[in-house]
Structure formats: structure tokens, C-alpha cells
Design a protein around this ligand. Structure first.
Ligand code: SAH
Length: 385
């Protein structure tokens, strides 16, 4: 007997509307072991396709829907579709997301590509149980020189899954050389944040490079994704990050590209923006790319205060005619809410601004309509009048 689950009308309606997460309260009956692929039916016995079952998460089922009977064929089709889509949108990028979970109808599976190496994350019991199959299929479909399993995100804890970082196929060098635009980076896929780089900002990095001029400021710079693109057009760029290893990697990346006009500074951005204001510093291009301030809904009011503060200070440091490229990666901060914050920051800074562009995460991280959780990054380009 295959594993099975029956879901309530509310869950079935949610899935029909496009959302693959079925919460525990909407699951009427389950006959499955942790991580099983289950056949899901509605209360009336209508088949709804397959799902990953999790025994611990509030998200009990992650719907996969219909597909070939054979499990290998089922996932081969899904992976192939994800890979084909990337060939349409990534151009000559070396590092990008090959599989983006829900948006590729492979909920809780992440695969990032860094040159010839793949980095895989299985973030639920369901994808974790299929890891061997995914590794096998990725070798068949992509023929990478190495596959690293980077299973250290905290969310795995909700699934009762352990932290595992290990090479599962071929070889994975300590540092991988990749090119983004014309800038070369070395990436540590074992220890870097996320899977090594912030790939979701790839297209925004290039966009920022195109707007950059004069004196640039990259706040929350990490390894210089924005700063180094800006440095090719700016007279000089100041990059700020609280992490010493991040600034060290940024400096090494600047050297690697022969960019001598980038200064990396280890600093708390909140304090440093204030210091720069006291010192009457002025910039022509500013990027703000903070970590998610609102990780939960409860932290939203405080988070909005944080976003307002950095944007207000940045606008004060921005020369008239200058560009502010400002991001939030908090899912809880919607675009209208973010715009409201920016409106108030501009008013308080006495800095009238126009909205030049509204952007999202890069196209290899597509948003699944009906699943607001997949739309988290907003990147707005403002010009100070
Ligand atoms: N802009 C980067 C990604 C930034 S991620 C890119 O495109 O590649 C957020 C960064 O903010 C992290 O590197 C983290 O170390 C840094 N950070 C978090 N809080 C900070 C703070 N208060 N001051 C300075 N840096 C901070």
C-alpha cells in the first residue's frame, strides 16, 4: 500500500488556489512514515496528486501534484523543467539558482550552481528522504564536477533533521572561481552565507553597476556583490559590513579584479551612517541591502523602524541627483509597506525622491503566484531630486 493522506476541504481549496503547503489542521488522516511521498485525496476521495509528508513541521504536506507514476521519472521531469527555464533567463551567468523550491514545483529543494559545482539543500523530511535520487538525477542532467550537500539552514530543525555539510559527488574545491558581470569572485560554498553568495541579488548587482557614478556607498556589503559592480563606474566606493571575514573577502575580491578604489570597513551600519553624517560625507550612489529585519510578523513594527532609520540616514547622505538602491528581503514587508516607509524617510530627510524602478529577486528565483512566501526581495531604485 502506498502512503496516503486525506485533506480537509480548506486544504484542498488552498492547493487548488496554488499554494502547496497543507497545514496540520487541514490534514484529516495520514498513513505514512516521516518523509514519505504520499498520495493525497480530498475528503470525498478525489485524487489530488502526491505530496511530501513531514511528521514534525506545522506544514504537514507539501503538495507536488500530478506527474509520472515512476518516482525517478516524476522528479526527472521536474528537475529538467527547472534546468530548461534557467537556460532561458541566466544568460552567461556562472553562479545562479538552478532549483528554487516551491517556484519549481519542488517544494523545499534548493540547488545552486557555482561554475561546475552544485550546492544542494533539502529543507524538509520529504526532500531529505529523496536526496540520493536528486544527486543521481542532477549528475545525469547537469554533469557537474562536484556536488556539495549544504544542509545547515536552521529551518531543518523544524523537520527534526540534522546539520550535514558534505561532498556527495565528485570534488568540491575550497574556493570556486566565478564571474558575475565582469567581476570575478572566489566563493566558499562550504562556509559562506546562504550557499556562498547572495545569488538572489545577481541581476540587481548588475543594475546597480549601471546606475553607479561619483562616490559610492554599499551598506551591508557582504563580499561586495554591489560594491564591486559599482566600483567600475564610481570614483570610489565605501563598503560597510559588520562581519570581519566578509570585509576580508570583499578586499580579496577587489584585489582579484584590480579595483583599487574600494574601501572595505568593518562597522555597524546604523552607527556608521550617523558618523558619516556628522563628518558631512556625501555620496552619489548608495546601496542598502540589510539582512531581513522582520523575520516574524511580531517583529514587523521594530523592523519598519530599522528600515526607516537607515533609509532616512542614507537619503541625508545622498547628493541631489544621486541614486538610492534600497532593498528589503523581509517577506513580511510588502512592497506597499516598504514604499510607505520610504515615503516617510524622504519626508523626514527633507529629500524629495522619485521612484525609478521596482525590482524583485533575480529571475532564476521566480515568484510563484498564490504563494506570497516566495516573493520576499524588493529592490527599489530612487533618485533624489
Ligand atoms: N549586499 C550583499 C548581501 C548582504 S547580506 C550582496 O549583495 O552580496 C547582509 C549583510 O549584512 C551580511 O553580510 C551581514 O554581515 C551584514 N550585517 C548585518 N547586520 C549588520 C549591521 N548592523 N551592520 C553592518 N553589517 C551588518
Amino acid at each position: 500500500m502506498p502512503s496516503s493522506a486525506v485533506i480537509a476541504a480548506r486544504g484542498a481549496e488552498r492547493w487548488r488556489a496554488g499554494h502547496p503547503w497543507i497545514y496540520r489542521s487541514d490534514v484529516l488522516k495520514v498513513d505514512a512514515d516521516p518523509g514519505d511521498l504520499v498520495e493525497v485525496t480530498s475528503e470525498r476521495g478525489r485524487p489530488l496528486g502526491r505530496a511530501f509528508f513531514s511528521s514534525t513541521s506545522q506544514i504537514t504536506l507539501r503538495m507536488l501534484g500530478e506527474g509520472p507514476r515512476d518516482t525517478r521519472e516524476f522528479f526527472r521531469e521536474r528537475l529538467q523543467a527547472a534546468i530548461t527555464y534557467r537556460t532561458q533567463v541566466v544568460g552567461d551567468a556562472h553562479a545562479y539558482r538552478l532549483v528554487n523550491g516551491e517556484a519549481d514545483r519542488l517544494p523545499s529543494l534548493i540547488v545552486d550552481r557555482y561554475g561546475d559545482v552544485l550546492v544542494v539543500q533539502t529543507l524538509s523530511q520529504g526532500t531529505d528522504a529523496q536526496l540520493d535520487l536528486f544527486i543521481d538525477l542532477l549528475q545525469e542532467l547537469v554533469k557537474p564536477t562536484g556536488i556539495l550537500v549544504r544542509n545547515d539552514p536552521k529551518v531543518r530543525g523544524l523537520e527534526d533533521l540534522e546539520t550535514v555539510v558534505e561532498v556527495r559527488a565528485g570534488e568540491v574545491p575550497d574556493l570556486i572561481d566565478i564571474v558575475e558581470g565582469d567581476i570575478r569572485y572566489q566563493v566558499d560554498v562550504r562556509h559562506g552565507q546562504k550557499t556562498g553568495l547572495f545569488l538572489d541579488q545577481r541581476e540587481n548587482h548588475l543594475m546597480a553597476g549601471a546606475y553607479a557614478s561619483g562616490r559610492g556607498l554599499d551598506a551591508f556589503s557582504y563580499h561586495g556583490g554591489f560594491a564591486l559592480q559599482m566600483a567600475r563606474r564610481c570614483e570610489s566606493v565605501l563598503a560597510l559590513d559588520g562581519s570581519e571575514p566578509a570585509i576580508a573577502a570583499l578586499a580579496a575580491n577587489a584585489d582579484r579584479n584590480g579595483l583599487t578604489n574600494v574601501e572595505g570597513r568593518v562597522a555597524n551600519v546604523f552607527d556608521e551612517l550617523r558618523e558619516l553624517e556628522i563628518a558631512k560625507a556625501r555620496f552619489d550612489t548608495i546601496v542598502l541591502d540589510p539582512p531581513a529585519f522582520a523575520k516574524t510578523k511580531a517583529s514587523l513594527p521594530k523592523a519598519l523602524g530599522g528600515y526607516k532609520e537607515i533609509n532616512l540616514r542614507a537619503l541625508k547622505l545622498l547628493r541631489p541627483g544621486g541614486m538610492l538602491i534600497t532593498c528589503t528581503c523581509s517577506y513580511h514587508v510588502s512592497e506597499p509597506l516598504f514604499l510607505e516607509v520610504l515615503e516617510r524617510a524622504a519626508a523626514d530627510a527633507l529629500a524629495p525622491v522619485v521612484l525609478v524602478e521596482k525590482r524583485l529577486q533575480a529571475r532564476d528565483h521566480p515568484v510563484l503566484l498564490g504563494v506570497p512566501e516566495t516573493s520576499y526581495l524588493k529592490c527599489l531604485v530612487l533618485r533624489r531630486l
